[in-house]
Design a protein around this ligand. Sequence first.
Ligand SMILES: NC(=O)c1ccc[n+]([C@@H]2O[C@H](COP(=O)([O-])OP(=O)(O)OC[C@H]3O[C@@H](n4cnc5c(N)ncnc54)[C@H](OP(=O)(O)O)[C@@H]3O)[C@@H](O)[C@H]2O)c1
Length: 140
Amino acid sequence: MTMTTIDYDAWEQVLRTNTMAPLRVAAAFLPQVARSRKKIIATVTSWMGSIAANEAGGHYVYRSSKAAVNAVMKSLSIDVKAKGVIVAVLHPGWVKTDMGGPDATIEAPESVKGMRAVIAKLKKKDSGRFFNYDGTPMPW
Ligand SMILES: NC(=O)c1ccc[n+]([C@@H]2O[C@H](COP(=O)([O-])OP(=O)(O)OC[C@H]3O[C@@H](n4cnc5c(N)ncnc54)[C@H](OP(=O)(O)O)[C@@H]3O)[C@@H](O)[C@H]2O)c1
């Protein structure tokens, strides 16, 4: 898909799924999360949503949906701070899934194991941050 062949209806659908749905889910479960022991909301984003790391261009639809969910979760982290809730966004790595394809560098269990370890270590000071699945901080 190039800038002249963008399917704007499909873009709207991607924004609904990748950007709006995570906030709807977070808002729906916020009372339960606030009462939980760890109080964490973690969203799977992508390094493709990093504006700072974008050196290849293109991918308008996907990049914008992930950059937007990053912005949404950053705001949420500030808005729920008083409730003690931690909000973080995670890049899962390049994973061999339907989306990642067979050339991806890691299998799904490695990605999930890594993200679970990052989530387990999240502290209040990490709220509003963007991490790779191995715990490395990602550029916005
Ligand atoms: N794979 C990678 O290398 C990679 C890299 C960076 C980020 N990510 C992110 O990681 C997450 C998981 O990706 P994946 O690689 O597992 O992709 P995937 O293999 O394409 O799987 C996507 C999943 O999302 C579900 N889904 C899609 N649209 C939906 C909707 N409107 N409502 C409910 N469910 C919907 C699909 O359900 P159905 O099976 O029912 O269609 C499927 O289970 C995504 O947020 C993706 O952007 C992946």
